[in-house]
Design a protein around this ligand. Structure first.
Ligand SMILES: [Zn+2]
Length: 193
């Protein structure tokens, strides 16, 4: 396995619509393993193929761990998804604000509205058809990654143009927010996807 280079803005591949995955061969299996390793090496929770320079409908996603009452990660509760040719077939009515970052836009964070839950039709790494229902942060990661496959970035979906910060600005704002009664979404730092 190998850690791949991550493509960042303004690389045009990030703005292209991707091609369907049609061959689930050894080359694809190796690419998937390398994408998983690259995502983990970058401490990301998701990675889409255009982010490593391949314009195909493929993404790897690793959900956040569940936490116990003291806020510690519960071992074995992270879930890894390998998703090819995903299509969102249902969305919840409820939308939620959250802070997102992107491995292809390093150093920045923004506030984005996402559906609280979605259903996705896709194929697994062997090409088998799958249906998934995901909610919360996992649903957010899925929506961010599926956007990548359509050339869409989180900066296109900011709740307000000014809700976009450098990591330093965000940390300063978060510190200030802890002193007052700010919305919870402003108090937790986003994850990179
Ligand atoms: Zn991203």
């Amino acid at each position: 396995m190998a850690v791949l280079d991550i493509v960042t803005l303004p690389d045009k591949i990030l703005r292209q619509r991707t091609q369907e995955v049609t061959r689930f061969d050894d080359e694809l299996q190796e690419l998937i393993d390398n994408m998983i390793e690259t995502m983990r090496a970058a401490s990301g929770v998701g990675l889409a193929a255009p982010q490593i320079g391949r314009s195909i409908k493929l993404t790897v996603i690793e959900s956040l761990p569940e936490v116990d009452e003291e806020g510690n990660d519960i071992e074995g509760t992270r879930k890894l998804y390998v998703v090819a040719n995903p299509e969102i077939v249902w969305t919840s009515r409820k939308e939620v604000d959250g802070i997102e970052g992107c491995l292809s836009i390093p150093g920045y964070l923004g506030e984005v509205d996402r559906f609280d839950a979605i259903r996705v039709r896709a194929q697994d790494r062997q090409g088998k058809k799958i249906k998934l229902r995901v909610g919360g942060w996992t649903a957010r990661i899925f929506q961010h990654e599926i956007d990548h496959l359509n050339g869409v970035l989180f900066i296109d979906r900011l709740t307000e143009p000014e809700n976009f910060w450098t990591e330093e600005e965000f940390d300063a704002m978060k510190e200030a927010a802890e002193q007052e009664d700010a919305p919870p979404s402003r108090r937790s730092r986003g994850r990179k996807v």
